[in-house]
Design a protein around this ligand. Structure first.
Ligand SMILES: Cc1ncc(COP(=O)(O)O)c(C=O)c1O
Length: 388
């Protein structure tokens, strides 16, 4: 046995080999809103430590938290009050899975045909769609992007057949940070009664707060024909990891898993999980309350400015960005990006990499606001070494 102090000390020691993501050294996986937000999140999480979010009958406060979080997010995403319902899930992957299942279930209710059904997505869509299709026995058709890195709209529309049960678009996509042509596709899917899911896991709590600094295309429930949206408080809501929302128009049934065939009687969940941590829900609720619309707008604006500062810094070094993104993604084109990235990793900076076209890939969030200067300096060093 070890004392509590020793256990914690050992964890702190083991963390020393990890990237220092709280000070903006990682451009993947983590989103950090600063120490004040972390304190609010931790206090809320702590209150629900050990609580199971499935225990809605014995813990009715959780139902209220769910309702509040779903209502707030729906409001931010252009839904009129009472027109959208939703499911709290463990992450974007589960939300996307449930959207595809809901569309598949609707297709099954509507059709007696057994033809293999499929989903159509741009090549830039998250692999969560492939996972969902794999689990549900569906085909996947990925449509390529053109020279502007945006999906080939004509080709996408041409691929919509009687077997298509869902089109999945992104706002924005992770590889390039671009919003897909949602309004244009929605017109077609709506007229043909094909489910349109918008993956706003990345942008759902970022894009709606930028109207005063950027002109971005609509992607949310204000677009007739958007059936469902996924949005992740654990990304740009800076909540504890482990919470996403699937939001659907009320005219559509929530996905459900039901069983009656065991001794304990009726078992039913909307999400995939049984036991689910309640702490991330409490964390998201607390941060939504703490920040409100104004705080989320400030956070998004700070990130937007940081994207601009990073772009300017990279250009000063003689590199460039691949494209002007709609969302919080920067693709940096430098000669030999793989080697440059490896240098950055050795210096304590973790970046992503795009394979095609080769570029370094940065997901920018509040953690990076104070990291622009040291990042650009280190990138300059990396480029010098490559030249030297
Ligand atoms: C656009 C997009 N969709 C879906 C996901 C999957 O979300 P999660 O990792 O929470 O399952 C991500 C994750 O980065 C994403 O960026």
């Amino acid at each position: 046995m070890q004392s509590a102090n020793d256990v914690v000390t050992e964890l702190v020691r083991r963390q020393m080999s990890d990237i220092n993501w709280r000070s903006g050294r990682s451009f993947l996986h983590m989103h950090h809103g600063g120490s004040e937000l972390e304190r609010v999140s931790n206090a809320a999480s702590q209150l629900y430590f050990g609580a199971n979010a499935s225990a809605r009958t014995s813990l009715p406060s959780l139902l209220e938290l769910e309702r509040d979080v779903i209502d707030s997010a729906s409001g931010y995403l252009g839904a009129q009050p009472g027109t959208v319902h939703g499911v709290v899930t463990s992450g974007g992957t589960e939300s996307i899975f449930l959207a595809v299942k809901a569309a598949r279930d609707r297709a099954l209710r509507r059709s007696s045909r057994n033809a293999v059904q499929r989903i159509v997505i741009p090549v830039t869509a998250h692999p969560a769609f492939d996972k969902a299709a794999d689990c549900l026995g569906l085909g996947v058709l990925r449509v390529p992007v053109g020279s502007d890195y945006r999906v080939d709209l004509e080709r996408l529309v041409a691929e919509l057949t009687a077997e298509t049960i869902l089109v999945g678009l992104s706002a924005p996509n992770l590889p390039f940070g671009l919003i897909d042509p949602i309004e244009e596709v929605a017109t077609v899917t709506r007229s043909r009664s094909i489910w349109l899911h918008v993956d706003a896991c990345l942008g759902g709590l970022f894009l709606p707060f930028l109207s005063h600094v950027a002109r971005l295309p609509a992607f949310e429930f204000s677009v007739a024909g958007v059936d469902s949206l996924s949005v992740d408080p654990h990304k740009y809501g800076y909540a504890a990891k482990g919470i996403s929302l699937l939001l659907l128009r009320r005219t559509l049934a929530l996905p459900r898993f039901q069983s009656d065939s065991w001794p304990l009687g009726r078992y039913e969940t909307e999400g995939l999980l049984g036991t689910r941590a309640a702490s991330p829900l409490a964390s998201a609720w607390a941060i939504f309350r703490f920040l409100g619309r104004e705080g989320l707008e400030r956070a998004a604006t700070d990130v937007w400015r940081t994207l601009g500062a990073l772009t300017a810094g990279v250009r000063d070094l003689g590199c460039d960005v691949l494209l002007e993104p709609d969302g919080p993604i920067l693709c940096i084109t430098a000669p030999q990006p793989t080697e440059t990235r490896a240098h950055m990793l050795r210096a304590g900076w973790y970046l992503g990499l795009i394979r095609s076209p080769p570029a370094m890939h940065l997901t920018v969030n509040l953690a990076h606001c104070d990291a622009v200067e040291p990042f650009v300096t280190e990138l300059g060093e990396a480029l010098k070494r490559r030249n030297g």
